[in-house]
Ligand binder design. Sequence first.
Ligand SMILES: [Zn+2]
Length: 308
Amino acid sequence: TTTGISASDRAKTINAIADPKTKASDFAKPGHIFPLVAKNEGVLRRAGHTEAVVDLMKLAKLNPAGILCEIMDEDGTMMRVPQLRKFADKHKFKLITIADLIAYRRKTEKLVRCKTIVSMPSVYGDFKLHLYENILDEHDYSIALVKGNIADGEPVLTRVHSECFTGDVLGSKRCDCGDQLAKAMQMVEEEGRGVVLYMRQEGRGIGLVNKLLAYELQEKGKDTVEANEELGFKPDLRDYGIGAQILKDLGVSKIKLMTNNPMKIIGLKGHGLEVVERVPIEIHPNADNEKYLKTKQEKMGHLFMIHN
Ligand SMILES: [Zn+2]
């Protein structure tokens, strides 16, 4: 190249960068092209344009290098999605967002790995505990309690349980989580075959600290949904993608889902699992959780009867 500034010099430089045989010493520095390095796991680790470019190249089975260019609007600012949508329509370009790419990769790639399997005798019966870790985050793990042969293609009695420290461990009467977990394990034991997935998504995904702050608001008269909204959270942040991937890894494709929550059925269906039946878990309310259960039923569409 000459100065490196002209379009043809820049094109040569870009071609050289994309060529795996090029060495660092082949370039004059400083130059006029800004090299960027994508994170290995792409948009699933960092939702950036750099990662999006390399991910698209990998999905197309091409050399994982590309050019990215922001498009400037008439007023000198960078175009955002609404302006880009118009621009793409006008020039008949295809348009994809980073969010689309994340959703696609989460759906098509395996993000879980079974780390170990151990025996787990319990007061409810004997299970095999499969420890799953999230490939993208080693601190994010989930547990599958498995009973019997669940990989034979027949529908499997399944519970996808979201962690509730206060309910599961402390036996809190503010909710029915602990009772539901116990009941699910009992039901799988009675059936002789099934799986209880324990997902570490405390307090509908908002974390223990925020859940306890929401409790404080509830003590001042708010219900569960109102309290979460006041703290700035959507009523339910749980993502069932990882759960669906674990079930698939265990060889499960058809499930008899133990739940009172219709959102859970939709969440799992979106990931290619067939929910052949919904098996209700009915818990008798106590004086402390009656209001919580009523809110679940009235505001969140949970399907169960409250027995008084
Ligand atoms: Zn709970």
